[in-house]
Write a protein that binds this ligand. Structure first.
Ligand code: CMC
Length: 434
């Protein structure tokens, strides 16, 4: 007998089934063979929030949550953060291999050609209220690109896809920087294509009247490292949205906007904004123990802690802590660092957090670093969305090329009423009181 099978006995019928295991998983469709009779639909799985369901096969990102391992295309993220630029990693995620020198040059040139926004898109952005949340502006403007590039809907054409990928990677920093300037009431700064990806982003954020923006190389490198660390994270909430919307063959601009909408939630990419709010609320280091006791009594969560997949220290958090140290050498220390370090120290020793395997995640230190660089918390998720656009696109492309994928359409367990007859409006109150 093949050992890679599960033997299931259905006690309702006493029938036995040998169900093959595929790479350690059960194909849910095989369960449909298990029926009580010809009229029976067959057994389904019930898995709210996909806690134990693989929705796809993917060769992009590997995570071992128990060991705290994260690899892109097989390369440990630590090695990539140390040795690569963000655009090199973007190439790796999208193409499967690191680029040669020539490929990298062409790749960078291809993206740099697409950093400008159409003037009407710029005007579209100008229409937002002065205090609009940058993530709302980012999501809407990325979606609006779909109106500028209608050919993007031909998602099954690899050449069309490639062009939209270049456009999106090129334009998301421009959109992000414009949302930042919009809130400040500053004029938008056009891209400077002599600069690297992170440098140009800084130029569009912070250039005032000087003819050429002088980049601080430490801050530019720290930003590039943060981009690398945020580039992909396999089937997280927003990536799942990208794949689900993309599976209906919607164009990549609206699909990316939908993924970014998911990212904006406080339990996902919005968490680093919440970390800063939490640190503000704690105010001083001596109030940390009382705050932790409050969390343990069920009042809120320790933001920036815990992860659906990591049950160990998030490897990205360790590198961000290091990069934050480098940034503080330039900007001066963020006073919130002391509170964060104390929170981490106490939480890592506290039985509540130890038992639940709650460790700092990617968002715990990134906000403190971003704040030291001059960003308001509202911008943090936008900074996450820029590099994650690459991951979303890599996953979207893989999904479209996967012959096993179809439009995403989960099943449900219906818990509503049995069939009942319509009640006319004039008799409805009577029905309730009868
Ligand atoms: N603080 C206090 N308790 C927590 C926390 C936390 N941050 N996270 C989880 N728990 C508790 C939770 O109450 C539960 O306790 P019990 O077993 O007594 O009911 C237990 O730990 C398991 O939690 P869970 O909610 O089942 O875990 P999950 O896998 O569904 O949630 C999470 C993962 C990230 C949504 C959650 O840990 C959380 O809300 N963390 C705070 C928000 C945050 O930092 N999010 C960023 C995630 S990383 C970046 C990203 O994905 O975008």
């Amino acid at each position: 007998m093949d050992k890679e099978t599960l033997n299931i006995v259905d006690r309702r019928t006493d029938a036995a089934y040998d169900l093959p295991l595929y790479k350690g998983t059960l194909r849910a469709m095989d369960l449909r063979r298990i029926k009580t009779g010809p009229e029976d639909f067959g057994v389904m799985t019930y898995d709210p929030a996909f806690l134990n369901t693989a929705s796809c096969q993917s060769a992009i990102t590997f995570i071992d949550g128990d060991k705290g391992i994260l690899r892109y295309r097989g390369y440990p993220v630590e090695q990539l953060a140390e040795n690569c630029t963000f655009l090199e990693v973007a190439y790796l995620l999208l193409h499967g291999e690191l680029p040669t020198a020539v490929e990298l040059r062409q790749w960078i040139a291809g993206i740099t050609r697409h950093t400008m926004l159409h003037e009407t898109t710029k005007k579209f952005l100008e229409g937002f209220r002065y205090d609009a949340h940058p993530m709302g502006m980012f999501i809407s403007t990325v979606a609006a690109l779909s109106t500028v590039y209608p050919e993007a809907r031909h998602v099954l054409d690899p050449e069309v896809r490639r062009l939209q990928i270049l456009r999106l990677i090129g334009k998301v920093p421009t959109i992000a920087a414009y949302t930042y300037r919009h809130n400040l009431g500053f004029p938008y700064v056009y891209p400077d294509n002599d600069l690297s990806y992170a440098e140009n982003f800084m130029n569009m954020l912070w250039r005032m009247v000087e003819p050429k923006y002088q980049v601080n190389p430490v801050l530019a490198r720290a930003l590039d490292i943060l981009f690398i660390l945020h580039a992909d994270h396999e089937q997280n909430c927003s990536t799942n949205v990208m794949r689900a919307v993309g599976s209906a063959q919607a164009d990549p601009f609206v699909a990316t906007a939908a993924a970014a909408a998911a990212l904006s939630g406080p339990l996902h990419g919005g968490a680093n904004e919440e970390v800063l709010r939490m640190l503000d609320e704690i105010e001083t280091k001596d109030r940390v123990p009382a705050f932790i006791d409050n969390v343990k009594s069920g009042n809120g969560k320790l933001m920036g802690f815990g992860h659906r997949v990591y049950k160990n220290y998030d490897p990205r958090a360790r590198i961000i802590k290091w990069a934050a140290g480098k940034v503080f050498e330039v900007t001066g220390k963020n006073p919130k660092l002391e509170i964060a370090l104390e929170l981490e120290r106490i939480a890592l020793e506290d039985e509540y957090f130890v038992k639940r395997k709650l460790y700092p995640n990617v968002d715990f230190y990134s906000g403190i670093m971003y704040q030291a660089m001059g960003f308001r918390p509202e911008m943090f998720t936008v900074l996450f969305a820029i590099p994650r656009t690459v991951g979303w696109l890599a996953q979207w492309q893989e999904m479209l090329e996967d012959p096993e994928q179809k439009i995403a359409r989960p099943r449900q367990i219906y818990t509503g009423h049995e069939a009942r007859d319509f009640v006319p409006l004039e008799r409805r109150g009577a029905t309730v009181t009868a």
